[in-house]
Design a protein around this ligand. Structure first.
Ligand SMILES: [Fe+2]
Ligand SMILES: [Fe+2]
Length: 373
């Protein structure tokens, strides 16, 4: 039997772009039905062309080389972080992340828990969030390496290679934090797996950019910013600040790589397909990071899945998350030409158009990102 999320991918798009639905279907089957994200390891075929340039003359947008220079100077050593900080993720008197942002915080069953049990919940919440940050970073590592191969511009290949290094460092620091400070790792969230699967297996280079550099990196900037803003744990804050400084370059790169392509080069029918693809992925991102693995572990015996979803969708953490995510994402979609008059009404229906006048990644500074975060 098909999972509800898979059916959504098909029927939820009735009257809309069926090609996009069918493009996403294999990824939805792999993630939602076959649960391939829960396997210990998995191979995926990427199918993109590796672009060589023996003339070394086409460097593309000059901003690629500016970003490359910034990236070389912006490298940091993961060994220099405050790794000897003592972290107790269950301590409610020094909360690694505010207890009031627990998805269940306002639910009566949470109120009945002992202090000890609430501490365990806090530990699980932070572990779930950081586990999915880690899994997203692994996806970013491979996506960045694919873009080095697939782009036609030497400037983009140079810059992209710095992103590969950045993403390896991000995987390293999140894995080390989870292993040595939290000692708990959750499997990848199904929705994140489906998006990573879709961009990895697409043979089109711009889908890899759009999926990773704009959508997932935009999500990451929002989520990291939320964690940076609300955590007081010094190691985690330092780690996140360094990661955010790298991610800001990555999203900027995505905007630079896609803007001219979508606004000047692709035919209208293809740009419309990308508009629809980005919209469907936005919907996957909007309501679907619902701590399901956390629910199954802690509340699966106590409440129905529907009650859980209703509770989490309306929780403070999810409304903050949606605000942070889409205040980053929507201006970037506009900057690359995928927020046209044709697609705007659909974003309006989701209440997301209010973010369209925010600063895109090519304009926003790190200080603004951290302050807004
Ligand atoms: Fe990253
Ligand atoms: Fe990144």
């Amino acid at each position: 039997m098909l999972e509800t999320s898979t059916i959504d991918v098909i029927t939820g798009m009735a009257g809309r772009n069926m090609k996009v639905a069918f493009d996403l279907l294999p990824s939805a089957l792999s993630g939602f039905v076959l649960q391939e994200g829960k396997k210990r390891d998995i191979g995926m075929h990427s199918g993109h062309e590796i672009h060589y340039d023996w003339s070394y003359s086409n460097f593309g947008n000059p901003e690629f080389m500016n970003l490359y220079k910034k990236a070389k100077k912006g490298q940091w050593d993961s060994d220099d972080l405050l790794w000897n900080t003592d972290v107790d993720p269950t301590n409610l008197d020094f909360q690694i992340f505010p207890e009031k942002l627990q998805p269940m915080y306002n639910h009566p069953s949470y109120r009945k828990l002992s202090k000890n049990e609430k501490g365990k919940m806090l530990h699980s919440t932070v572990s779930w969030l950081l586990s999915n940050f880690l899994h997203g970073e692994q996806g970013a590592l491979y996506a960045a390496s694919m873009t080095v191969e697939a782009t036609p511009w030497m400037g983009a290949k140079y810059y992209g290679s710095t992103q590969v290094m950045d993403e390896a460092r991000h995987v390293e620091v999140f894995q080390k934090y989870l292993d040595t400070k939290l000692n708990k790792l959750y499997q990848i969230n199904d929705n994140l797996f489906v998006i990573i699967h879709a961009l990895t297996t697409s043979s089109e280079w711009d889908i890899k950019f759009l999926g990773m550099q704009i959508m997932i990196e935009g999500l990451a900037l929002g989520a990291f910013g939320m964690m940076y803003r609300f955590s007081k744990e010094p190691l985690l804050r330092e780690l996140l600040k360094n990661v955010i400084s790298d991610e800001a370059r990555h999203v900027h790169y995505g905007v630079e790589a896609l803007r001219d392509y979508y606004t000047k080069e692709v035919p209208d029918y293809k740009r419309r397909e990308r508009e629809d693809w980005a919209f469907e992925v936005s919907k996957l991102l909007r309501d679907r990071f619902l701590f399901i693995e956390f629910y199954e572990e802690n509340f699966g015996h106590a409440m129905s899945r529907k009650e859980w979803i209703d509770t989490v969708v309306n929780s403070e953490i999810m409304s903050e998350f949606r605000r942070m995510l889409f205040s980053r994402l929507i201006p970037n979609l506009k900057a690359i030409g995928l927020l046209t008059d044709r697609i705007k009404p659909r974003y309006e229906e989701l209440g997301l158009l209010k973010f369209e006048d925010g600063k895109a990644a090519d304009k926003i500074t790190l200080n603004e990102l951290l302050a807004a975060a």
